[in-house]
Every structure is written in C-alpha cells, then in structure tokens.
Design a protein around this ligand. Structure first.
Ligand SMILES: C[S@@+](CC[C@H](N)C(=O)[O-])C[C@H]1O[C@@H](n2cnc3c(N)ncnc32)[C@H](O)[C@@H]1O
Length: 218
C-alpha cells in the first residue's frame, strides 16, 4: 500500500471527528442511540452519507444546512481522511465520519434515529444485485433506523443502478419523491444536487449522464 494511504489510515484514528469500527462481534457494542445526546450534543436531524469517499456531500450539505448533523460512512479510510481533515480545518461541528462496512449500520444506529440518507455514486455492483446499496437487503437494513418519511436519495451515473432502484421502488410500493434522469439537462435549482464529488467530476469528464432518484418508505 502506498505510504500516504498508510499514513492517512493511521491518522484518522487520532481524529476527533472520525469513528472506526472493525470488530462486528465485539462484546462491547457501539453505544447506539447517543448520536444526538452525546456526540453532536444537540437535537438536530441526523443525515447519513453512505459510500462517502472523500465526504464532499457531508461537507457540502453540512455548510448548506448548519442546523442538521451529517455522518459520512465508508470503509476506505484514506479517502475519508480528506473529508475529515477538511471538516476539522473548517471547524465544522455538525460533521462526523465513520469508517466501517455499511452492511453493519444497525450496530451503530438505533431505531428511528436517522432523518435522511444520501447514497452518492456507490459502486453499481453490476453482477451482484444483493450488494447494490439500494437492494432489498440494504433497504431492510435501513428501514427500522429511519424516522417516518425519511428520504433516501441516490445520485449515480449507472443506468443499471438507476433503473434497478426505480424497479425496487415500484415492486415494494415505496414513495417516489423525485426522479431526474439527467440532473444537468434538468438544470435543477436544487443546491443539494450541485455538490460535485470526486467520482462525479470523473464521470462528467467522461461525458456520463448523472441520475438522481429520491424515495421513502412512508
Ligand atoms: C465509487 S466510490 C464513490 C465515492 C464518493 N461517494 C464519490 O462520489 O466520490 C464508492 C465508495 O463506496 C464505498 N463502499 C462500497 N461498498 C461499501 C460498503 N459495503 N461499506 C462501506 N463502504 C462501501 C467504497 O469504499 C468507495 O469509497
């Protein structure tokens, strides 16, 4: 592994705004249900950015909505370091990062603790539907953790993931809030969609179309 990656992985362990978890069978579980009372120390809504990479969405939304709390979630510590470092430098109290597998999200959040989820350019997992972050398996993981009406927002360049998610919404009678086949053609005035991540910039340079879809369980 390149030296800089190793350094960043070690460095995030010392950062006050980063949590890291790897022992999913630990006898000392994560203190679920304390995000508002102990970690953010405010009653504000909690928004997750899944597959956060360098955390551009947690930082960008954190600035747009200082009255909300944001947690960037990913397994890659060297990417997360970039966002965590920036949040510290900019003194952002409403942003945290969590390095762990999303598959274990229910070990870190209690029922109805989360107000919204953003899934930003996740790996499309073309060959394995179960691994897609909007598959039935993952939706059942998120469902109990979400407050009533909590939205799940997906931004992707993958046609397959976009249409797959659309089908899941229809199959399971979920509530579709918005779908934009091409956010740049639409010229959406939604500032949330104008935040560009590392992967989005890469896809745009390659002429890819960026899709957006937003839905909820109830
Ligand atoms: C294509 S990158 C996108 C990163 C970022 N959102 C962006 O747009 O630049 C996908 C990210 O998802 C993360 N990821 C994929 N599956 C994951 C899982 N099950 N748990 C945690 N992170 C995961 C990867 O580590 C990677 O950083």
């Amino acid at each position: 592994m390149p030296k800089i990656k190793v350094q960043r992985m070690e460095n995030i362990r010392t950062m006050p705004n980063v949590f890291e978890w790897s022992d999913y069978n630990s006898k000392n579980p994560f203190p679920k249900g304390t995000w508002n009372s102990e970690i953010f120390r405010n009653p504000n809504p909690i928004v997750l950015e899944l597959a956060c990479g360098k955390g551009e969405y947690s930082i960008g939304l954190g600035k747009l909505y200082p009255e909300k709390n944001f947690i960037g979630f990913d397994i890659k510590g060297n990417r997360m370091w970039v966002g965590a470092q920036r949040a510290l430098q900019e003194g952002m109290d409403n942003v945290r990062f969590f390095r762990a597998y999303i598959d274990h999200l229910d070990q870190f959040f209690t029922n109805k603790e989360i107000d919204e989820i953003w899934i930003i350019f996740p790996d499309p997992q073309l060959k394995k539907n179960r691994k897609k972050l909007t598959s039935q398996k993952f939706l059942e993981l998120y469902r109990p953790l979400l407050k009533k009406g909590a939205k799940i927002n997906l931004k992707t360049d993958s046609d397959e993931l976009y249409y797959f998610t659309h089908e899941i919404i229809q199959e399971h009678n979920l509530i579709l809030h918005q779908e934009i086949p091409d956010i740049y053609e639409e010229r959406s005035s939604n500032p949330d969609l104008s935040i560009q991540t590392y992967y989005e910039q890469m896809h745009l340079k390659r002429g890819r179309t960026i899709h957006f879809i937003s839905f909820s369980f109830d």
